[in-house]
Design a protein around this ligand. Structure first.
Ligand code: CP
Length: 319
C-alpha cells in the first residue's frame, strides 16, 4: 500500500508518522531545522517562506508545547495562523471532523496542524482531502491518540544529534508508560531509522506493549538494568487519560521503582542527557533534582521544537 504522506515522487506531502520515512528524509528535516535555529536569535525573527499561506491549528486535545511552538514556527515563516478554539467551535454542536475540514478548506486553508484523541484522525483528513481533490492542502499530525507524534520524534532526534553528534554508537533508554505513548512509538521508529546501536524500553510489564521486541527494542523491567551505561534517557509520564482501569498500585510505588533520581541516573554514562517530552509529573516519573539538573535538556527540546516545526512546514509547503 502506498504511504499516504508521500507524493508520487516519494517526497513528503504530509507528515503523519515517522513510519515509512527514510533516513534521508529525516536527515533533511533535521538539517533544514539547523538552518532555521538562528532565525530565533535575530532582531526580526521572520523569514518569508510561508508568506500568504494560512495555517490552521486544530487541537482537539490539550497541548502547551506543541500547539504554541507550531504557532510560533508558522509565524516565523510569515504564515497567517488561525487557532481554532475547539471548545467554542461547532464541534460542540455535533459538527463532524470532516465537515469542519470542508468549511476551513472553503476559507482557503493551506495547511492543517491536527491533534486528536482518536488514533488515525489525521489520516482520515488526508484521505478526505484526496477524495475531494484537495491534496494540495497539507496535513501535519501533532499527535493522534496513542499512535504517533512525529514532530516530537523529530525534535527528539534533533536534540540527540545536537548533544551526541553521531547516532551509531548510542544506547537510548525510554522509561515509563510506553504502552500509551505516541511519543515512544515515534521515537523508537526514528531511533531505529537513524541507526542507534541499542534502544531499551524500561517499565513495568503492564505499561509495555507486547510488540516491542519485534521493533528491535530490548525490554527491561528493572530500572537499574535499563539505565546502566546509557547515553540518552527519555522519561515518559504516566498517561492516565488513556488508561482503562488501574495499571499500577500507586504513583508513590511507581516513583520508588521507576522514578529517575540522582542515584538512578548515576547508573547511566556520566555525560548522559535526560529528555522528557513534557508535561512532566515531578515526583512521579522524575525527581526535581534531575529535571532541573545539569544533565537535563528538557527545555532545549522545546526550543529545538520551533526550528523542527519550521522545517516540517517549510518542506511541506514546497520550499
Ligand atoms: N510534548 C507534547 O506533546 O506536549 P504538549 O502536550 O504540551 O503539546
Amino acid at each position: 500500500m502506498p504511504n499516504p504522506q508521500l507524493n508520487a515522487h516519494g517526497e513528503l506531502a504530509h507528515l503523519l508518522s515517522i513510519d515509512g520515512l527514510s533516513r534521508d528524509i529525516l536527515t533533511r528535516i533535521l538539517d533544514t531545522a539547523s538552518s532555521f535555529l538562528e532565525v530565533s536569535d535575530r532582531d526580526v525573527k521572520k523569514v518569508p517562506l510561508l508568506r500568504g499561506k494560512s495555517v490552521f491549528n486544530l487541537f482537539f486535545e490539550n497541548s502547551t508545547r506543541t500547539r504554541t511552538t507550531f504557532e510560533i514556527a508558522a509565524k516565523r515563516l510569515s504564515a497567517d495562523v488561525i487557532n481554532l478554539d475547539v471548545a467554542r467551535s461547532s464541534t460542540a454542536k455535533g459538527e463532524t471532523l470532516l465537515d469542519t475540514i470542508d468549511n476551513l478548506v472553503a476559507m482557503h486553508a493551506d495547511m492543517f496542524v491536527v491533534r486528536h484523541a482518536a488514533s488515525g484522525a489525521p489520516y482520515l483528513i488526508v484521505d478526505h482531502l484526496r477524495r475531494t481533490g484537495r491534496s494540495d492542502v497539507r496535513v501535519v499530525n501533532a499527535g493522534d491518540g496513542r499512535h504517533a507524534h512525529p514532530t516530537q520524534g523529530l525534535l527528539d532526534m534533533y536534540t540527540i544529534r545536537h548533544y551526541k553528534k553521531d547516532f551509531a554508537h548510542l544506547t537510548v533508554a525510554i522509561v515509563g508508560d510506553i504502552l500509551h505513548s505516541r511519543v515512544a512509538r515515534s521515537d523508537i521508529l526514528a531511533l531505529n531509522t537513524m541507526g542507534v546501536a541499542e534502544v531499551r524500553a524500561v517499565g513495568p510489564q503492564t505499561l509495555l506493549p507486547t510488540a516491542l521486541e519485534k521493533m528491535g527494542v530490548r525490554v527491561c523491567h528493572d530500572l537499574h538494568d535499563g539505565l546502566r551505561g546509557c547515553d540518552v534517557v527519555i522519561m515518559l509520564r504516566l498517561q492516565n487519560e488513556r488508561m482503562n482501569g488501574t495499571l499500577l498500585p500507586s504513583a508513590r510505588e511507581y516513583f520508588k521503582c521507576y522514578g529517575l533520581t540522582p542515584k538512578t541516573l548515576a547508573l547511566a554514562k556520566p555525560d548522559a542527557i535526560v529528555m522528557h517530552p513534557g508535561p512532566m509529573n515531578r515526583g512521579v516519573e522524575i525527581a526535581s533534582e534531575v529535571a532541573d539538573g545539569p544533565q537535563a535538556v528538557i527545555l532545549p527540546q522545546v526550543t529545538f521544537g520551533i526550528a523542527v516545526r519550521m522545517a516540517v512546514m517549510s518542506i511541506l509547503a514546497g520550499n
